[in-house]
Ligand binder design. Structure first.
Ligand code: PEP
Ligand code: MG
Length: 322
């Protein structure tokens, strides 16, 4: 099988009828770039930057971050590299930041909420990203956006940092793309407003499912309920894609669901433009893509959106799988 799949390594990700999408990889550490490229990844759809902040006793400096982002983008060449700003809190703790204990960490002080309050954390990262953006195709992505205000504040922070870099005479990428994750249901409901303010959306199904179905993504006892096949989740995905396309921005997915073979006809038919997953799934997804035409997938997508339960959705997708 591996031999058959390797045939897709250097081929563009496209459907049977030649419609192109991007199949990309998710990464945490610099060394993760290699398996993504070795498996035919066309970009990085999610660089979880928090890994730079873990297993150490203090915040990484701007310079340290700059070096890592620069190396990563140089390795990727002109392929897109979406770097997510720090997504700390929830399941990702940083002991040295010494945040207060919370009743509900996943609903608490995390990610963009922390960054917007802490210039000492956010600004060095934004500076490093803007500077590294000179060396390749880096795109900045904000996690956990739940309102338009947060997005506008985060964007304003980028402008502030750009002005400072300019003032200091330091080179940076003025044209860098800025996008956001869609992983909170409130963001889906106002996606039409958010889409006017960003260059792209990337759907984070891991958290989107957790917040939509009210099911802790870490709790094994209810792990079965944490499923992308829930019709509510599928409808939120569709709504996000439509809202993005109405404003002519691309919509990707970097949650685990993007690498699920069974879901591919649904996501393709719903109009998803970019699929970002762990490196090991890339070739398989590229292969499955070639078995579908857009028209076929669209028809199936509409049917799936009419189903009432996750079990029905899964059964239906199994039946039509090629
Ligand atoms: C997600 O929530 O789907 C996602 C991709 O981000 P993370 O898993 O890092 O929270
Ligand atoms: Mg997330």
């Amino acid at each position: 099988e591996q031999e058959r799949l390797m045939a897709f390594k250097d081929k563009k990700a496209q459907t049977k009828d030649g419609h192109q999408v991007e199949v990309a990889g998710n990464m945490g550490n610099l060394k993760d770039v290699d398996p993504i490229l070795a498996n035919g990844g066309e970009g990085v759809g999610l660089f979880r930057s928090e890994f730079l902040y873990m297993d150490r006793s203090d915040l990484p400096t701007e310079e340290e971050q700059f070096e890592v982002y620069k190396k990563a983008t140089q390795k990727m060449g002109d392929k897109p590299l979406v770097i997510r700003t720090l997504d700390v809190g929830g399941d990702k703790e940083l002991p040295y930041l010494d945040f207060p204990d919370e009743m509900n960490p996943f609903l608490g002080y995390r990610a963009i909420r922390v960054c917007l309050e802490r210039d000492d954390i956010f600004k060095p990262q934004l500076r490093a990203l803007l500077r590294a953006g000179v060396y390749g195709n880096i795109k900045i992505m904000f996690p956990m956006i739940s309102s338009l205000d947060e997005l506008l504040k985060a964007k304003a922070k980028i402008e502030e940092v750009k002005a400072e870099l300019k003032e200091e005479g330091i080179k940076y990428n003025e044209e860098i793309d800025v996008g956001m994750m869609i992983e909170v249901p409130s963001a889906v409901m106002i996606a039409d407003k958010l889409a006017k303010e960003v260059d792209f959306f990337s759907i984070g199904t891991n958290d989107l499912i957790q917040y939509t179905v009210a099911v802790d993504r870490m709790n094994e006892q209810i792990a079965e309920m944490h499923t992308p096949y829930h019709p509510a989740v599928l409808r939120l995905i569709k709504k996000t894609i439509d809202a993005g396309h109405a404003e002519d921005i691309w919509v990707g997915m970097c949650g685990e669901a993007a690498g699920e073979e069974l879901l591919l006809p649904f996501l393709l038919g719903a109009g998803l433009n970019e699929f970002s997953m762990s490196a090991v799934s890339i070739l398989k997804i590229k292969e499955v893509l070639t078995k579908w035409t857009v028209a076929e997938a669209e028809k199936e997508s509409e049917k799936v959106l009419e189903l009432g339960t996750a079990a029905e959705v899964k059964e239906y997708l199994r039946k039509i799988a090629k």
